[in-house]
Each structure stands twice: as structure tokens, then as C-alpha cells.
Design a protein. Structure first.
Length: 71
């Protein structure tokens, strides 16, 4: 499976549900660690992780690879 963000987003938009899971796997540790450093508790960091990926999923149609990546 490709790991390029633009390819994964394009496939997710086309209905390939497994590719969003790849995006999650690729970025979950970065998002979690960043959230944990800010909030200081595992439970809050997990909530933030969930909210971030929910927002990413909802915004897939607005992703513009020319402007950057999720990273």
C-alpha cells in the first residue's frame, strides 16, 4: 500500500476505507505524543487523538496536496 498522503487521501475519497486506516497508523503516534505534551494526561491525549482524526476524516474533501501534508 502506498504511504504518500496525497495517494491515501485520494483513495479514501474514492471509498477505499482501508487507506484512512493507513493515514491513522502513519500519524497516530505523532498526534498522541504532541497532545500528551500539551495536556499532560493519557486520557485527554487519547480524546484529542480521536477528535483530530475525526476532523481529518470530515475534511478529506478539502485536502490540497499542493499546500502541504497532514504532517
Amino acid at each position: 500500500m502506498p504511504r504518500d498522503d496525497a495517494v491515501l487521501v485520494r483513495r479514501s475519497r474514492a471509498g477505499d476505507g482501508g487507506t484512512f486506516g493507513l493515514l491513522f497508523e502513519q500519524y497516530k503516534n505523532l498526534v498522541y505524543r504532541t497532545a500528551f505534551l500539551i495536556v499532560g494526561t493519557a486520557a485527554d491525549a487519547e480524546d484529542i487523538l480521536q477528535e483530530v482524526f475525526l476532523q481529518v476524516y470530515r475534511a478529506l474533501d478539502t485536502y490540497d496536496p499542493a499546500r502541504g501534508s497532514f504532517g
